[in-house]
Design a protein around this ligand. Sequence first.
Ligand code: ADP
Ligand code: MG
Length: 698
Amino acid sequence: MDSVTALFGENVFNETVMRERLPKETFKQLMKTIAEGEKLDLSVANIVANAMKDWAIEKGATHFTHWFQPLTSVTAEKHDSFIQPAGEGKITMEFSGKELVQGEPDASSFPSGGLRATFEARGYTAWDPTSYAFIKEKTLCIPTAFCSYTGEALDKKTPLLRSMQAVSKQALRVLRLFDGNEAVKAVRTTVGPEQEYFLIDKTLYDQREDLIFTGRTLFGAKPPKGQELEDHYFGMIKPRVQAFMQDLNRALWQLGILAKTEHNEVAPSQHELAPIFSTTNIACDHNQLTMELMRKIAAKHHLVCLLHEKPFVGVNGSGKHNNWSLCTDTGQNLLDPGATPESNAQFLLFLCAVIQAVDNHQDLLRISVATAGNDLRLGANEAPPAIISIFLGDELTQILDCLESGRPYGKHEKEKLQIGVNVLPDFNKDMTDRNRTSPFAFTGNKFEFRSLGSSDSIACANIMLNTAVADALCSFADELEGAKDFQKALHALILKTIKAHKRIIFNGNGYEESWIREAKRRGLFHLRTTPEALLQLKSTKNRSLFKRHGVFSDNEIDSRFEIQNETYAKTVRIEALTMIDMAQKLYLPAGSAYCKALADILTAKKALGLDLPDDFEAEELKQVSSLCAGIYRFTRALQSAVDESQALTDASELALFCKDRVRTAMEPLREQVDALESVMPKDRWPVPSYGELLFSVR
Ligand code: ADP
Ligand code: MG
């Protein structure tokens, strides 16, 4: 293997390559665009495009594509080759600035939630110069935003970039109030997403329609062993998995993705990969690429990578921990408590901004992680509950308590804790990272939003988080900018914020029933499912938030509401239809055939004149017959729920119906089939068992 340093970023048109290949002036202009978001001149774009093309061709590329993130969970690309006719039957390889800056894919088949009628199929992609172009499968990929003819966002990147701009703008206003920040020109949100996944054998996968169509098992009796021995977490990595990880790391490094940590997770066959954090839009692009490469490289190893949030009942599902912070362009982490009173005051204010943001917009954070898959995980005592709250740890909570009540704190036993005078203690990272049940935890110098689903883009979660924090910072700046006595106003604002929003802080065990009651008492949202959560999206509060910060227009909110509801309903229906199909084509015939075999044995025994009072075949026959009858009945019931859903046209009503009637009708069917599986002989069971799926990769 080449050395890692040599192969790292070799397929990326990054700063080093740009510096080498672009004229000095062009390079400078492009860097300015990247750093400060300035518009790029077409003449500059032409030079960049040409350099990109030459570089890509040298690396063996023949095509280019505008790579974008429509409102599905995957990325989209349409490849064009570089060829141009050059007369006399010859071609040249061309790539213009215009082609780099803007594209026009036929967009009619991407979800738009009513933003774009099919007859007006035009959608535009626009280059995001802040995320480097890269080569994947002989294609030069240009990260782009995707919007409609009228400029409305049809993708996840556009609002993410808008939300980053909003945070930067408001954070700068707040930073200007403190000394020492004069050189800061921009504030970026940083993200390090930890990605969980399962790896299972491809041959077994191919025998399971449910995995193929829905990404999860819809049936499956519990194996004798699950995760109870806790022997998989951080356990030795099996050779086949190790080989996969090596290939994956190499591919990620070639794309400049900072793959860092890998280990086994709690469930058998479950693993995790964490990169080193980067700027949010890049982290988001990289996470999409990581998921894509995980799938591709698994296939090379005759494995399948399951990114579904809940592939198996009875063992942990998969999520994504979104480690998030704010960082200035001068390298200051704004959520780092720091070692001096001045920076403490600034830290406390930013901390308060996050507390206010999360409390005011719990509903949006919940919505940002809402999918049919993730609903199966949140609140199931393996992932954070569906209630959004913040874990701060004892130390920080105590500091806020003392500030609020004017009591002395710890080492300042006689004097009251005063912002801008006293020094906060160094937070021990271990002290703040123990509570794994919290959806939103302070972990020393960043927050970790843990409710994200494993298959979802991280864009939505960060759009909501950034916008909510931008809004809190905006209200702080409004209040402090005109203050006569800054220190006094600052102190008062911090106290006010703690008082108003401390209900969102919860350091206890989020898995306990008592927390649900307590959260209700505190007036926190408990939005258990996607369709319920989505009902909050279009509230006046949310609409005005997004408008205030230019993140979503009303139309864009409406379209996202439609799409998220539609996607939920479609997912549930596909699951239901897959269950019906498997029950009718696999399980019922297998059950019947077994009944016949049992009956044949009984007949044969009788014919021999044997008189055995307690033939096990007779008992088994009764049991299997009755289970099959149950399967038949529940299949019919599920089918009629699906049929009934066809009449609904309103996306939200349909989603609610799918939750209340379709998903609930799936449960008893599964119970019967799983019961049948546990009594049937192995060679008569038509699909691989949980035991085989979970324990066969070595
Ligand atoms: P753990 O979750 O085990 O405590 P770490 O805290 O080391 O692990 O890191 C988890 C993730 O958080 C990594 O992806 C890391 O790069 C990321 N991270 C660390 N600091 C920041 C930061 N300032 N902003 C965003 N992500 C960060
Ligand atoms: Mg973590």
